[in-house]
Design a protein around this ligand. Structure first.
Ligand code: GDP
Ligand code: MN
Length: 397
């Protein structure tokens, strides 16, 4: 589960990680009230207004702006809330902004260049260890740094059984070129950040930038936090942080009826049972020169009602030009699935406007094929994997 910046920062702060303070606002008036109340606690009259969407690169897209007084807070918040924000990480049409974070300005004006670092904590799946990835080149595109100057990105691996050792936090602070108070503060920052990552059962923390202020405080100015869904049952208070407006609406709908749907960019809708068969089916479509639009895992029970729901969900994607049903009848018999497909098709009448190719293998596959072939519907059967892929390819041209 991905979080908004303001939610991620709240979690960091709850574990004692230093953050740029801020208050979230849904309207321009709320933004002004937030700025006033921030000034009372921080003393600064300058604020930064930050669009809250689940995508990075907001600064570049015009979603992060500095306001020097309350009038500017109002105008800028007014302009950002409701805008369609386009960044390198959003879909081409951008994402609507529903709320802004009003934050204290921590880049003290008139000071020499502030130091912006990059720090992330993530799981290295290759060796089962946690990893701190960090760089002196924070604030801008870390992807570009990784590509052009990879030697400027450091990693520190942490054995989850041992936890982070003191020398590791110090090594990070040292490699970031810090000394004196800033060195100590960075050591504390890294230690509490790692503790927050483990305790919140996150799979990713990406803090870019981490800022060294001119008075040598170390704080998180941005926060990208991903919580491991499988651990959410241990964090009931995090469940409500989910913002469904940020997720793919078809995926949300499928999840609500217990179907596992994954949206992709191509033109062939895939109805399968089991994740392994889904992967194989997508490989097959690709090999035949096509491109999957999505895949939907119907799981163990593929009766008419479930198949119909699955068809309706797949057809919500306007990119779908054909549907490939590829189901292995192990626990569920193929003839039952075939009957489900025929019934669902008849039920849906003319709402199905794309050709459907069905490959059913396993128990009673022969009866299933007969059922499909004799249905009189625009449904083609296929027996071999390759045959199915070729028929799909013909269907989409
Ligand atoms: P992103 O573009 O989505 O990664 O959003 P960030 O939260 O990283 O903000 C983008 C940029 O805005 C940062 O890299 C900073 O340079 C700048 N920024 C953030 N907070 C402040 C602030 O308090 N004052 C000033 N002047 N700039 C800020
Ligand atoms: Mn950032």
């Amino acid at each position: 589960m991905n979080l908004h910046e303001y939610q991620g920062k709240e979690i960091l702060a709850s574990f004692g990680v230093g953050i740029q303070r801020g208050i979230v606002a849904q309207t321009a008036d709320e933004a002004v009230a937030a700025a006033k109340s921030l000034t009372e606690t921080t003393g600064t009259g300058w604020h930064v207004i930050k669009a809250q969407i689940h995508a990075g690169g907001r600064g570049k897209g015009g979603g992060v702006k500095l306001a020097k007084n309350l009038d500017e807070v109002k105008t800028i918040a007014d302009q950002i809330i409701g805008m369609q924000l386009i960044t390198p990480q959003t879909p081409p049409a951008g994402k609507p902004v529903h709320q802004v974070l009003v934050a204290e300005d921590v880049y003290y004006p008139g000071e020499s260049e502030p130091s912006e670092f990059y720090v992330s904590v993530l799981l290295n799946r290759a060796n089962g260890k946690n990893m701190i990835m960090y760089s002196t080149e924070g604030g801008m595109d870390i992807e570009k740094v990784a590509e052009e100057t990879p030697h400027l990105i450091f990693t520190e691996e942490i054995d989850p059984a041992l936890g982070m050792q003191g020398f590791q936090a110090r090594k990070v602070a040292f490699n970031l070129g810090l000394s004196g108070k800033a060195f100590k503060e960075m050591t504390k920052f890294i230690t509490s950040l790692y503790n927050a990552y483990v305790s919140s059962d996150s799979s990713l923390f990406e803090i870019n930038p981490v800022l060294k202020t001119s008075d040598d405080r170390i704080i998180a100015v941005d926060a990208k936090v991903t919580i491991d869904d499988n651990a959410l049952y241990r964090h009931k208070d995090y469940v409500e942080l989910r913002d469904k407006r940020e997720e793919n609406p078809i995926e949300v709908e499928a999840g609500e009826v217990g179907l596992n749907y994954v949206d992709l960019d191509g033109n062939v809708g895939c109805m399968v049972n089991g994740a392994g068969l889904a992967m194989a089916t997508m490989d097959l479509i690709k090999q035949a020169g096509g491109s999957p639009a999505n895949f939907l895992d119907v799981g163990g029970t593929a009766d008419a009602a479930r198949v119909e729901t699955a068809f309706r969900i797949i057809l919500k994607d306007p990119g779908v030009e054909a549907i490939l049903v590829n189901i292995f009848g192990g626990i569920v018999r193929c003839d039952r699935v075939a009957q489900g497909i025929v019934d669902a098709y008849k039920n849906m009448g003319d709402s199905i406007k794309v050709p459907i190719i069905v490959r059913l293998q396993g128990t009673n596959a022969d009866i299933a094929k007969e059922l499909i072939d004799n249905s009189g519907l625009d449904v083609q059967s296929a027996t071999a994997f390759q045959e199915a892929a070729d028929k799909v390819q013909q269907a989409v041209g």
